[in-house]
Design a protein around this ligand. Sequence first.
Ligand SMILES: Cc1cc2nc3c(=O)[nH]c(=O)nc-3n(C[C@H](O)[C@H](O)[C@H](O)COP(=O)(O)O)c2cc1C
Length: 197
Amino acid sequence: MAKISFKPGNMLYPLPVVMVTVADLAGSTNIITVAWAGTVCTNPPMASISVRPSRYSYHMLKETGEFVINLTTSALTHAADYCGVKSGRDVDKWKETRLTPVKSDIVKAPCIAQSPVNIECIVVQTEQLGSHDLFLAKVVAVHADEQYMDEKGGFHLENANPVVYSHGGYYDLGSKVGKFGYSVQRGGHRRSTSGKA
Ligand SMILES: Cc1cc2nc3c(=O)[nH]c(=O)nc-3n(C[C@H](O)[C@H](O)[C@H](O)COP(=O)(O)O)c2cc1C
């Protein structure tokens, strides 16, 4: 299989693209779109975001050490892109996107009402990596929109049409192609690694 070599760079795609909400000590808030975000530990639940010090949101993150990760959906893609190209130095992103801030349970940064999942985080460690600072954080509260719950308590995020970011483009999830552990389940389909059934 012939491959082309790129210079070392970030090619770990697709990624979640999230709207991170932040607040400063005076109570001003902002929204920044982040793709360099990740789940880093199950127990204790921890997440990370990487943010350039030049971002307006950066000083808010440093001041309070708190943020909320708000998941994005197809319907929120326009707002997510806007929050990723405009700065809170110049515009009120809440007003321009018509997103609604809702008081968080624990952190000062608000949740976005229209987002299906809000993850409240408290920073436990910051690392200066180069272009970006890494904020490692403990997850302290999670809010999920009840319209995606079933009667058995199952949460169906797929019904919210989540969006991923891949190499500059936003995409929705498409169809389900498997589920956790299906490759070893009895009666499961065997697929060759060539991708041909
Ligand atoms: C899809 C997308 C992903 C982005 N990911 C990041 C990121 O991971 N870290 C970062 O510092 N900036 C990222 N940005 C850029 C910031 O969101 C952008 O510079 C924004 O205007 C900063 O807002 P602020 O100045 O109000 O904080 C991303 C932008 C887009 C559109």
